[in-house]
Design a protein around this ligand. Structure first.
Ligand code: NAD
Ligand code: LMR
Length: 337
């Protein structure tokens, strides 16, 4: 089986027919980075993508355009007009631009650098691709997504159905880690992870996976590993960055899900960090939970379902931190529009 076929499953043949009917331009902002390069490669292998637009402030992965799949690839100059052209007509804008962590840092420590990078890119998206689905990867996601909302609102183009924080990596990790405990195929492990994307805001709902035998210390270790999986990678890379390849896979999976939904497939569900009604009464405007995707982006936001007492405690801790992270993003734009 070819790599592209493994990655995008058995729907590939149907996708060829569908994408022939539909133009799907995907833009990657930060395309030369540790995530940006493999993510761009995976989007080039995705037959649903017709145009791949690559932007970075440094030189990008030029040879992607030589790969013999149908999509047309273009790299754009790091100028305001280059960015405008890159974004124009994009259906999906993936944003992995920004600095990654080094050992000892939290994701929030990236805020000072990444907040303004994401703010400025969001302004460009608002101006040049106001109807695009925006997929924010740059950390801290809990704050960079609210930054995007504030910018889009200020430009009068905010559509809550089209703004997503990509939390897919937490789900990917959860299924991999559970499968290594249980000796199962990770592809069949579907673990719901809710909340946000940093430390205790990452809340895996193991009780909903059917693995009721993972309890006590085993459960605590598993939950901790999922919550701090990013730190595990940062430590292993020892100063050379954070997760890149697994993130590229996770970002490509989420983009593929959106394309499937926009090309008419129903029941496409992915956990993602969106403007959510679930905990607004607690002052938490954004929350990751399972979301059914449709042709217009968010179609239905699912609630978290039945929780154990242990999961409820995790959720309470999550909401407390999440509220602060979201407020930080909102305040940043108010003070630095
Ligand atoms: P990297 O440093 O390897 O790449 C970042 C790229 O962004 C660089 O090529 C850089 O030139 C580019 N860039 C910087 N400013 C830019 C701008 N204004 N416009 C366009 N491009 C710009 O970093 P990385 O490892 O690819 O990580 C990128 C971000 O993704 C980090 O913030 C990291 O924390 C985050 N991340 C998120 C997740 C997640 O699950 N959401 C997972 C892993 C990493
Ligand atoms: C991850 O979860 O791997 C990313 O958010 C990167 C990081 O800083 O941990």
């Amino acid at each position: 089986m070819s790599f592209a076929r493994q990655m995008f499953g058995q729907v590939q043949r149907r996708a060829f027919t569908q994408s022939a009917r539909q133009n799907s331009k995907v833009a990657v902002l930060g395309a030369a980075g540790g995530i940006g390069q493999p993510l761009s490669l995976l989007m080039k292998l995705n037959p649903r993508v017709t145009n791949l637009a690559l932007y970075d402030i440094r030189l990008g992965p030029a040879d992607i355009s030589h790969i013999n799949t149908k999509s047309v690839v273009k790299g754009y100059d790091p100028t305001p007009s280059g960015l405008r052209e890159c974004l124009s007509g994009a259906e999906i804008v993936l944003i992995p631009a920004g600095v990654p962590r080094k050992p000892g840092m939290t994701r929030d420590d990236l805020f000072n650098t990444n907040a303004s990078i994401v703010r400025d890119l969001a302004k460009a998206v608002a101006d040049s691709a106001p109807n695009a689905n925006i997929l924010v990867i740059s950390n801290p996601v809990n704050s960079t997504v609210p930054i995007c909302r504030e910018i889009l609102k200020s430009k009068g183009v905010y559509n809550p159905k089209r703004l997503f924080g990509v939390t897919t990596l937490d789900v990917v990790r959860a299924s991999r880690f559970v499968s290594s405990i249980k000796g199962t195929d990770p592809a069949n492990e579907n673990i719901t992870v809710v909340g946000g994307h940093s430390g205790v805001t990452i809340v895996p709902l193991i009780s909903q996976s059917g693995h009721t035998d993972i309890t006590g210390e085993k459960l605590d270790t598993l939950v901790n590993r999922i919550q701090f999986g990013g730190d595990e990678v940062v430590k292993a890379k020892d100063g050379a960055g954070s997760a890149t390849l697994s993130m590229a896979m996770a970002g490509a999976r989420f983009a593929e899900s959106l394309l499937r939904a926009s090309q008419g497939e129903s029941n496409v569900v992915e956990p993602t960090f969106v403007d959510s009604p679930l905990y607004k009464n607690k002052g938490v405007d954004f929350f990751a939970s399972k979301v059914t995707l449709g042709p217009d982006g968010v179609q239905e936001i699912h609630d978290v379902g039945k929780l154990t007492d242990h999961e409820q405690k995790l959720l309470d801790a999550c909401l407390e931190d999440l509220k602060k992270n979201i407020e930080k993003g909102v305040k940043f734009v108010a003070e630095n529009p």
